[in-house]
Design a protein around this ligand. Structure first.
Ligand SMILES: NC(=O)C1=CN([C@@H]2O[C@H](COP(=O)(O)OP(=O)(O)OC[C@H]3O[C@@H](n4cnc5c(N)ncnc54)[C@H](O)[C@@H]3O)[C@@H](O)[C@H]2O)C=CC1
Ligand SMILES: CCCCCC(=O)/C=C/[C@H]1C=CC(=O)[C@@H]1CCCCCCC(=O)O
Length: 261
């Protein structure tokens, strides 16, 4: 997909990985809609992006992705402002094993809703021009840990849902590619929550083990994750792909055994 003039909606776009991919897209002359719960950080990011790229290139929408109406409105406002939608990145995520129901709502339920909204605005089944959806999972879906059982479950779910829907998109000729990105540890505020009891609950007692894994596996820069996302967006051969990004192997893909006859 050539990005000049295209439009991307990024949930959780105010900081961290979402902010990094927003910058990468803007540098490719794509316009971006930052959808985020955090109004203060979102408006700060918008101000900085305006200074670098011009205020007409981006939009910040304060939105809780677990509020279905607000999420629908964010998609509607994005298309009203920019006239089209080509890329959806369902990136917003939390790490809360105490309020684990909330973790499921943000990390999985809202990713499903954001994916279906993306199809509403991009799929040829609705007379649209096609596009690409990236759903953000985690390497926790491949190397689980005792620290985050529900977070891990949500990230597994993102992979299963996305790969199944990618098959449907191909069979149904939606013209929309649906792919998954699984980063290992990334240097963002989210990573700091692993030592907080408010987030980890009883699993906070395992924080030393978690930190040992961070030391062992390394911590990635958000810009590398953005690079992986740009590859998914621009490589139109990718549908149902699961990109993994680790310190040891960099950007690579998970290989699934073909279905046995
Ligand atoms: N940081 C890491 O080590 C890794 C992160 N990931 C995933 O990457 C994605 C982005 O995470 P980071 O950038 O690291 O986190 P972050 O905490 O820096 O950014 C997440 C953004 O999502 C927003 N957000 C949270 N709940 C929301 C809601 N209900 N509605 C709208 N926005 C909401 C936050 O306000 C924040 O701006 C998440 O899905 C996370 O699970 C995956 C693997 C590793
Ligand atoms: C608080 C959210 C941040 C955690 C997200 C995440 O990806 C965690 C993954 C780890 C949980 C237990 C593990 O051991 C996972 C490590 C994943 C790194 C795997 C790297 C493998 C390699 O470099 O070959």
């Amino acid at each position: 997909m050539a990005l000049c003039g295209k439009v991307a909606l990024i949930t959780g776009g105010a900081q961290g990985i979402g902010r990094a991919v927003a910058e990468a897209l803007l540098m490719s002359d794509c316009r971006v809609s930052l959808v985020d719960l955090n109004r203060n950080v979102g408006e700060e990011s918008k101000t900085k992006l305006d200074a670098e790229f011009g205020e007409e290139k981006s939009l910040f929408i304060q939105c809780d992705v677990t509020d279905s109406g607000a999420l629908q409105d964010a998609f509607k406002r994005t298309v009203e402002r920019f006239g089209r939608l080509d890329v959806v990145i369902n990136n917003a995520g939390i790490n809360n094993e105490k309020n684990w129901e909330k973790t499921i709502q943000v990390n999985l339920t809202s990713v499903i809703k954001g994916t279906y909204l993306g199809l509403d605005y991009m799929s040829k089944e609705h007379g649209k021009e096609g596009g690409v959806i990236i759903n953000v999972s985690s390497m926790a879906a491949f190397l689980h840990s005792p620290h985050q059982p529900v977070y891990t479950a949500t990230k597994h779910g993102v992979i299963g849902f996305s790969r199944a829907l990618a098959d449907a998109a191909e069979l149904g000729n939606y013209g929309v590619r649906i792919n998954v990105l699984c980063p290992a540890f990334v240097d963002t505020p989210l990573l700091q929550t692993v030592s907080q009891e408010d987030n980890m609950g009883k699993f906070v007692k395992f924080k030393d083990d978690f930190k040992q894994r961070m030391d062992k596996f390394g911590v990635l820069k958000p810009s590398l994750i953005a690079e992986g996302m740009m590859r998914i967006i621009t490589d139109e051969s990718l549908n149902g792909a699961v990109m993994k990004i680790t310190s040891s192997k960099g950007i690579h893909f998970h290989n699934y055994e073909p279905l046995s006859a």
